[in-house]
Design a protein around this ligand. Structure first.
Ligand SMILES: CC(C)(COP(=O)(O)OP(=O)(O)OC[C@H]1O[C@@H](n2cnc3c(N)ncnc32)[C@H](O)[C@@H]1OP(=O)(O)O)[C@@H](O)C(=O)NCCC(=O)NCCS
Length: 393
């Protein structure tokens, strides 16, 4: 048997399991790079659609390529009627992440390229997923509120179109641009739990949609994408709390988490959080809702201090800590925060699925198959003696 390297019970922290050309994190310096470009540069200069192109194709598009790619995304904004018909039958109280999870196989059934496994066909599937996830999120939100989904509008940008389909009116001021920036910031993040889940599933040669189901499921958890909604719940709970340091101490004394704080890779401030903190402060001023960014900063300060006291100086705010007040100030319902994360991360998932399927960063595709140490009941290799149920005491 080949040599076994033991990295048990560590959540694979620090274990390199594959090569990738898509993104890179320096957790000590707080740097995130997509295909060579700093995230801050992309957030300031690029658009979500251009960033999607970069992630899928490995380089920035020419002007003409961007126009053509944007057109492909716009043309793919089309949800099959049976998806809406299904939504109308589903319980209205269903969580939007569960609806998203249940919708991915429906989108798979409507994809004419589903089982075609060329790179080109997988890019076409990626384009459909990227274009359609916002339609699912907005469509479900309207149907659960007793409204009809709105028809697509080919003239609006990706973020503006989502906000329009959600609210029934075009976003004002910089809101669409700000949301677009948020989508850029969340689009990829190396081998995070959901991306790893996607890659692991497609390493079996399952199709892209099967991988994405795994990604959505992993993202829904409160230690991953679900954290942004938990942060908002915390902010609302603390809106009139007079003693934030006392609350933080109490949480930690009870072994509870401070949501939006800490990261498996960053040992300093997450660069996305730094960007979103500024956005939250600006939105607070513009919209007269400064209380949310002030409260967030207060919780951050008290948490960092308390973690330092407890010998954990590397626990700093992550992306979810400041995306929560930003989305809230945009008027977005709290339970849509994680689906919006998915609307962005779908770009990274698809890029990684393609890289995995076509071994673009390694010699050949490899099925993931780690091993475990068995520490359960054991009676030797002959196995335990099976007693018929009637004879068992
Ligand atoms: C994301 C997360 C799971 C990373 O955890 P990790 O890799 O174990 O992080 P660390 O190794 O830095 O954690 C070390 C210790 O600090 C604790 N810790 C980390 N983040 C914490 C938080 N937000 N609140 C309370 N304790 C925290 C861990 O529980 C661990 O405690 P222990 O040594 O007593 O077992 C963790 O920071 C967390 O749960 N954060 C809150 C949820 C969240 O915001 N998730 C979104 C991530 S983008």
């Amino acid at each position: 048997m080949s040599e076994t390297v033991s990295v048990k019970n560590t959540g694979l922290r620090g274990v390199k399991v594959a090569d990738t050309k898509i993104s890179f994190i320096d957790g000590e310096k707080g740097v995130l790079i997509y295909r060579g470009f700093r995230i801050e540069e992309l957030a300031r200069e690029s658009s979500f659609i251009e960033t999607v192109y970069l992630l899928l194709h490995g380089r920035l598009p020419s002007g003409q390529e961007l126009v053509s790619f944007t057109r492909q995304i716009v043309e793919a904004r089309d949800l099959p009627g049976f998806v809406y018909a299904s939504f109308r039958k589903w319980p209205k109280q269903s969580h939007p992440m569960d609806v998203l999870l249940a919708s991915i196989p429906l989108l798979a059934m409507a994809d004419p390229d589903l089982l075609e496994e060329t790179r080109e066909a997988n890019v076409r599937k990626a384009i459909r997923l990227i274009a359609r996830l916002p339609l699912v999120v907005a469509g479900w939100h309207r149907i659960r509120n007793g409204l009809d989904p709105l028809p697509v509008n080919g003239h609006l940008s990706h973020a503006a179109h989502f906000l329009w389909q959600l609210n029934g009116k075009e976003p004002e001021g910089e809101t669409a641009h700000d949301l677009d920036t948020c989508l850029i910031l969340h689009a990829d993040h190396t081998f995070n739990a959901s991306t790893f889940a996607c890659r692991e599933v497609v390493s079996t040669r399952a199709h892209m949609y099967a991988g994405v189901v795994a990604g959505v499921g992993a993202l829904s958890g409160s230690l991953h994408g679900g954290a942004n909604a938990e942060v908002m719940k915390m902010l609302m709970e603390l809106e009139s709390e007079g003693d934030i340091p006392g609350w933080v101490k109490g949480q930690l004394d009870q072994g509870r988490k401070i949501m939006g704080m800490g990261h498996a890779v960053y040992k300093t401030t997450d660069p996305r959080a730094a960007f979103l903190k500024e956005m939250a402060q600006r939105l607070g001023k513009e919209l007269g809702q400064g209380k949310w960014s002030r409260l967030s900063a207060e919780i951050e300060g008290a948490s960092v201090k308390e973690f330092e006291k407890r010998g954990k100086p590397t626990i700093k705010p992550n992306v979810d800590f400041y995306s929560a007040p930003v989305y809230h100030m945009m008027g977005i319902a709290t339970d849509l925060f994680t689906p919006i994360f998915a609307m962005s991360r779908i770009a990274g998932w698809c890029a990684h699925i393609i890289e995995e399927k076509f071994a673009e960063a390694q010699e050949k595709p490899m099925l993931y198959r780690p091993s475990t140490e068995y520490i359960g009941n054991y009676c030797g290799l002959m196995g335990c003696i099976y007693e018929p149920v009637t004879e068992r005491k």
